[in-house]
Write a protein that binds this ligand. Sequence first.
Ligand SMILES: NC(=O)C1=CN([C@@H]2O[C@H](COP(=O)(O)OP(=O)(O)OC[C@H]3O[C@@H](n4cnc5c(N)ncnc54)[C@H](OP(=O)(O)O)[C@@H]3O)[C@@H](O)[C@H]2O)C=CC1
Ligand SMILES: CC(C)(CO)C(=O)C(=O)O
Length: 299
Amino acid sequence: MDFVIVGGGAIGLVLASKLFEHGHNVEVLVHSKEQCKAIQSGGGLTFINDVGEEKTLPIGVTTNPQNLNKKAIWILAVKYHHLRDMQLLFDELPEETILLFIQNGIKHIEFARDLKQKNILMGTIEFGAEKVNSNKVIHRGIGIFNIANFKGEAWNNEECQRLTAIDLPISFSENYLEMLLRKAIVNCLINTLTTLLGVPNGDLIRLPSHHRILKELYFEIVSAFPEQKNMLPFSNIEQICKNTSQNTSSMLADYRHGRKMEIDTIVGGVMELAKERGHDLPMLKTLYLLLLALEGMEE
Ligand SMILES: NC(=O)C1=CN([C@@H]2O[C@H](COP(=O)(O)OP(=O)(O)OC[C@H]3O[C@@H](n4cnc5c(N)ncnc54)[C@H](OP(=O)(O)O)[C@@H]3O)[C@@H](O)[C@H]2O)C=CC1
Ligand SMILES: CC(C)(CO)C(=O)C(=O)O
């Protein structure tokens, strides 16, 4: 099966490496000519797997979408706020191209709904990834890759299911909204606290003071979403922190690099859904305001 990965960031480069290692044809569409050159001139992408083994993989990379296979599955591995600038790319792709969005948060739902493509999948990723530089990435910890049909039924297609033939635990979800909300809650807990406390994910369970905040915040959020309690017991949050203990969350990585953080689609999105149910989530709101203040100080 052919895959196009849009975005040569942390997750895009790990997914490209995993797919390439398992014999799929993979090409990565990157933003900058510098990144393209760095990967090509170094003989490929340097991938450090979750047990620390390093390999250089000769993965194809381009800055020109015209060169890419429109019949491949296109995995959108950019941040939510990058999607707006990519409208032309989606307009120029045929209606038949299968898209897979893997963003954290929930606001990309609206964006994807308006696209002309008829087969769209949503995914959530529970492993970590860290980009060392433009041609080197580290896979940090094993975690589930959940996939759900969003528009059309692409997942029922045999070709698509070949995605499962990689050594990542892939699971199919019947309900994309429940799946995205579940992951957005995970990120409201892990990404906000790791960013504000400046710690790797594992410290949220290692340090009793941090663990206490994690737990109190968890119970506040699930009070608004009681149906999530079974799908997402507190032990799942602890397990994700454990599996990705060395990872710098994507929000903390953004903060440290002076990039825009996904505050609105993750925290704003969950707060809006809670508000519709009459819940104010004061603790989460405080973290939201603190994150906006942090981001504002960078500008
Ligand atoms: N990192 C993690 O551990 C996890 C991340 N996620 C989610 O995955 C998504 C991606 O995150 P992550 O990989 O960390 O993000 P990164 O910021 O590392 O990567 C995003 C990439 O998108 C590229 N990009 C931006 N605009 C375009 C464009 N128009 N065309 C091509 N490429 C473009 C950027 O390029 P450039 O830098 O050159 O502008 C950058 O390389 C996010 O929604 C995140 O929430 C989910 C689970 C774990
Ligand atoms: C799974 C987790 C928490 C890994 O850090 C993540 O989704 C992120 O960093 O955005």
